[in-house]
Design a protein around this ligand. Structure first.
Ligand code: NAD
Length: 349
């Protein structure tokens, strides 16, 4: 049921199938040069096999960058299941995916991503040793989202010091797009930091609940990127920074948790040309994988270890921003260069 596909760009790519449970998906190992390939399992409806394959290839490559940016001894991998998590997910299907992960014998570690929960990870843990993000068991690290939000907040403060001359976010207005696992926690932290919030989610009930929780203004999910705010925090979908949205952004900085925020590389230059500071997403949102990796690496006293790694995200962001300013270039390009050098150094070492 694991079929190896050929790839010019990735170390290993597999099609995963289990007709008995209806499982159809892919596992991609972009690189194991820095350590086991680690990255979550996503379940969603795809238009085609090609679309699912494209997603897993992009996401697993992104994980190589994210893990290297967080300086973790992990490579990049990802898995996807094609299907609607609300309708097609079953313990049988999850166990079939777990068996596929187990077959890779630790070269790939999975955890939850979109469409997955810690309960799903617990089911998979019944058949594979290589699953993290569990709620219970030895070294269990639980939901990574609050830690992702904490990392984004830290990165945002580093950016704020450059853009506004202070790390203090009190009185700053932040427009938050997407109020799910990470977005809600980010709102909580920003609220505690004294920031003013404008919040929007496609789900009106979620918007209303978050607005109530933190006494915030409510934005329109279609135009939240253009809100009158100091900072725009994308915490929902990818591709939100594009040729249409960028000219409409009024914030001076973009810093959020969403993966693959830039629709194209050129959009980084568009933001830069408009004088909007963009914090590279895979650097700012590394808190979740840091938390998960404490479980993968069996760290005995995870809290201070995670705290140190979160501080290191801030140092990396500061380094990226300093170099970007020196070169008058987008931080996105500098981040890629710094992380690619880190990956090359690992290979050479
Ligand atoms: P989630 O599914 O819990 O929440 C996403 C929220 O965004 C949902 O409430 C959804 O209704 C809303 N949404 C979807 N499209 C929207 C739109 N166009 N406008 C406004 N709201 C919209 O997901 P999450 O775990 O909070 O992750 C959010 C983003 O952060 C994703 O891109 C994810 O890949 C990324 N990320 C998450 C983590 C983590 O620890 N969970 C770590 C790193 C990166």
């Amino acid at each position: 049921m694991l079929t190896r596909l050929s790839s010019d760009t990735h170390e290993d790519v597999y099609r995963v199938e289990d007709p008995a449970s209806g499982l159809r998906g892919f596992i991609a190992l972009h690189s194991t040069a820095r350590g086991p390939a680690a990255g979550g399992l996503r379940m969603r409806v795809y238009d085609s096999d090609e679309a699912a394959l494209r997603d897993v290839l992009n996401l697993s490559e992104g994980m190589s960058y994210k893990n290297a940016a967080a300086d973790l001894p992990l490579g990049g991998g990802k898995a996807v299941i094609m299907g609607d998590p609300a309708k097609d997910k079953s313990p049988q299907l999850l166990r079939a995916m777990g068996r596929a992960v187990e077959q890779l014998d630790g070269r790939y570690w999975t955890a939850e991503d979109m469409g997955m929960t810690p309960e799903d990870m617990a089911i998979m843990a019944g058949v594979t040793r290589f699953v993290a993000g569990r709620d219970d068991g030895a070294h269990a690290s639980g939901d990574p989202s609050p830690v992702t939000a904490q990392g984004v907040l830290g990165a945002m403060k580093v950016g704020a010091a450059r853009v506004f001359g202070t790390r203090d976010l009190s009185g700053k207005t932040v427009a938050v797009q997407g109020l799910g696992h990470v977005g809600w926690h980010l709102c909580r932290l920003l609220h505690d930091a004294g920031a003013r919030l404008i919040v929007a989610d496609m789900d009106p009930a979620r918007t209303a609940a978050t607005a109530r929780d933190f006494n915030t203004a409510v934005g329109d999910p279609r135009t939240i990127h253009a809100a009158d705010a100091d900072i725009f925090a994308p915490c929902a979908i990818g591709g939100i920074l594009n040729a249409e949205t960028i000219p409409q952004i009024r914030a001076k900085m973009v810093a959020g948790a969403a993966n693959n925020q830039l629709a194209t590389d050129a959009d980084a230059d568009l933001l830069h040309a408009r004088g909007i500071l963009y914090l590279p997403d895979y650097v700012a949102n590394g808190g979740g994988i840091i938390n998960v990796s404490a479980e993968i690496l069996h760290i005995e006293d995870p809290a201070p270890w995670v705290e140190d790694k979160l501080k290191a995200i801030e140092t990396t962001v500061e380094r990226i921003l300093a170099r970007a300013e020196g070169e008058n270039a987008s931080p996105a390009h500098l981040a890629d260069r710094i992380v690619e050098n880190r990956m090359l150094a690992t290979k050479a070492g």
